[in-house]
Write a protein that binds this ligand. Structure first.
Ligand SMILES: *Cc1c(COP(=O)(O)O)cnc(C)c1O
Length: 360
């Protein structure tokens, strides 16, 4: 067996520890005589899986008691509609910071439900920075403020939260959740598609402050009302059972193999620092993002020559460094170095880039 280093933006690489554990439990989960995939979601054995997934997530992210954790489907993209349906109902208005395509999509979707105000945008420079935000830029009467905390495509991230007063912040954390500790109490809603840092595609995790539940507008489909899922322990209908199980294993891995969320952060910082240090010293490759807003997770870079970019991606692929092609809207390359990318993968990729630089 040989495994590649997979730098995909998502679905993305998973810890080998998790894959091995899942493989060893595939046919018979803890003496139940069944695969987790085959279990009734209402069985005792499955209940213990979803419960420990939630309690591990609460423990690792120190989620306060007045927040609910929901295990949903539909991807982060469904949250672009679910959020306004549920909480854009006092003044029918929301604020958006446009830092990339995912924020733009959330903005476009919310416009179907009310008045959407663009607080700031970094579209003028291909979203290569995070706009400076001051309290006066936000609407007084917005029902919430939407931000995309880590911009998967462009490789920028927020380093601090804007001061928005007492309006709830809704954060799309699809590509950075679990990469470092965070203060959940500063947010109204955090959501993430699992397929970047939490597990396989098919699971969407929502962390929501309780007072924001139960205010869905009339006509909201049952499945799009947070209350439905909060009141039923994410078991109103069949949840994505196997994806939740893998997420639980990923959380086990963070807690017991990595050593917790602080250790996870340290490892992520080491990997990103090595990569950025190399980009800053290279004569061929350069990063596309302003230094102070660089992402820990997604690193876009270019040579400045499209043909050379193509050659690099092709040769890297042949050498076992896959999915390095940049997003079509940025071009060049992008290395997504999520939690599960081992440090050795980054070390080896840098060595490969140095060699490529020497030969070209
Ligand atoms: C991948 C991604 C999405 C889209 O997620 P889906 O689960 O495919 O809907 C949304 N926002 C961000 C920041 C992402 O990285």
């Amino acid at each position: 067996m040989s495994r590649v280093y997979n730098f995909s933006a998502g679905p993305s690489t998973l810890p080998e520890w998790v894959l091995n554990k899942a493989a060893s439990e595939m046919l018979d989960y803890e003496g139940s005589g069944q695969s987790v995939m085959e279990m009734s979601h209402r069985s005792k054995v499955y209940s213990s899986i979803i419960e420990s997934c939630e309690s591990l997530l609460r423990e690792i992210l120190s989620i306060p008691d007045n927040y609910k954790v929901l295990f949903l489907q539909g991807g982060a993209s469904s949250q672009f509609a679910m959020v306004p349906l549920n909480i854009m109902n006092k003044n029918g208005k929301a604020d958006f910071v446009l830092t990339g395509q995912w924020a733009k999509k959330a903005y476009a979707e919310a416009q179907k439900f009310g008045e959407c105000n663009v607080v700031a945008s970094s579209a003028d420079k291909t979203f290569s920075y995070i706009p400076k935000l001051t309290p006066d830029m936000f609407s007084k009467d917005a029902d919430y403020v939407h931000i995309c905390y880590n911009n998967t495509i462009y490789g920028t991230r927020f380093h601090e939260l804007p001061d928005v007063g007492d309006k709830p912040i809704v954060a799309d954390m699809s590509s950075c959740i679990l990469s470092e500790p965070m203060d959940v109490s500063k947010y109204g809603i955090i959501f993430a598609g699992a397929q970047k840092n939490m597990g396989p595609a098919g699971l969407t995790v929502v962390i929501i402050r309780e007072d924001l539940i139960g205010n869905a507008r009339e006509g909201t489909p049952t499945m799009f009302d947070y209350k439905t899922h909060a009141e039923n322990g994410s078991m109103y209908n069949t949840p994505p059972t196997y994806a939740i199980y893998i997420c639980k294993l990923v959380l086990d891995w963070i807690k017991n193999e990595v050593g917790g969320i602080e250790a996870m952060k340290k490892l992520n910082e080491e990997k990103a620092q090595m990569f950025y240090d190399y980009l800053d010293s290279s004569k061929m490759f350069k990063g596309t993002v302003v230094k102070e807003d660089r992402s820990l997770m997604n690193i876009p870079f270019v040579t400045g020559d499209e043909e050379l970019d193509k050659k690099f991606v092709k040769e890297a692929d042949a050498a076992g460094f896959v999915n390095l092609k940049g997003h079509r809207s940025v071009g060049g390359m992008r290395a997504s170095i999520y939690n599960a990318m081992p440090k050795q993968g980054v070390i080896d990729l840098i060595a490969f880039m140095k060699e490529f630089e020497k030969n070209n």
